[in-house]
Design a protein around this ligand. Sequence first.
Ligand code: 3HC
Length: 314
Amino acid sequence: GTEEREAAFYAIIDADGRIEPRDDMPEAYRRTLVRQIAQHAHSEIIGMQPEGNWISRAPSLRRKAILLAKVQDEAGHGLYLYAAAETLGVSRDQLLELLHARKQKYSSIFNYPTLTWADVGAIGWLVDGAAITNQVPLTRCSYGPYARAMVRICKEESFHQRQGFEALLTLTRGTPAQKAMAQDALDRWWYPSLAMFGPPDTGEQASGGHTEQSMRWGIKRFTNDELRQRFVDMTVPQSQVLGLTIPDPDLRWNEERGHYDFTPPDYDELFRVIKGDGPCNAQRLAHRVAAHEDGAWVREAAAAYAAKKQEVAA
Ligand code: 3HC
């Protein structure tokens, strides 16, 4: 009966084991994974837009080649994640329909504009840095297909983070105008990157969160604030190497905590952006829907070709 199946499920979870597609799992566990993996996949695909903007404007062939490789990686990350979501009984078409209908979301961070070339460096350094901080624990997620997708994605993500840092380092060692451009990018991307980790763990803005249940199920291994703190602790020393100032006058090392004290992001802004009225939400979704429609003929042709081949084979 159901009790035995639930008991078997929790026996695997409590032994820190892996749940695989054919294992019994509570419907709520499956639904939570579909939501999180789908939104993660949508984030990778939408995340190609802010950076894609700069491929034709990269300052050198080397930077252009690196950026092309990174954007292509993001598409691949989306593919792995949609494939992981499909093991839970949903189709990629369904997930894309939900995204286009605003019934599923993508990471808030991609609703901010990339105004200068330094933004591409800031995205690599901060956004991919935040993504790594969030994704490394997900390689130990209780759901097998998601955890395995994360192993491959984390390897590629570290290249993304390093190339962003290196691009900013080049700017900060350039002319005063280039250093100012890098500082301006840090000023605009710092708080939205902190907000990427989600709402706070406590207070009324934490209401309706999934953290407790997700941790019980071994999906989330750390709370949003724990990962946010880990990101700040890792990033402050890097900003010192860059010679850039983090736009937070209250940022300081707290000896007894063994962490940096810092000003949290504006969670009201995060909720507004999540709800759809960030700087670029409309443009990002319109671009995504247009790309989907423009690509319909390719999908139809590929499907027709595959069907024909099957006919011939049969
Ligand atoms: N952007 C959009 N929505 C967000 C969000 C964000 N930054 N942070 C939280 N939310 C949403 C949640 O989806 C949830 O929505 P719901 O109530 O409608 O289901 C709600 O806000 C409450 O937040 P919770 O923290 O309780 O929700 P979760 O337990 O799902 O935790 C999360 C949020 C930490 C983002 C978690 O979903 C997660 O780890 N997701 C996988 C990582 C991911 O999606 N990363 C995308 C980053 S960008 C990227 O990876 C591309 C890289 O290559 C740059």
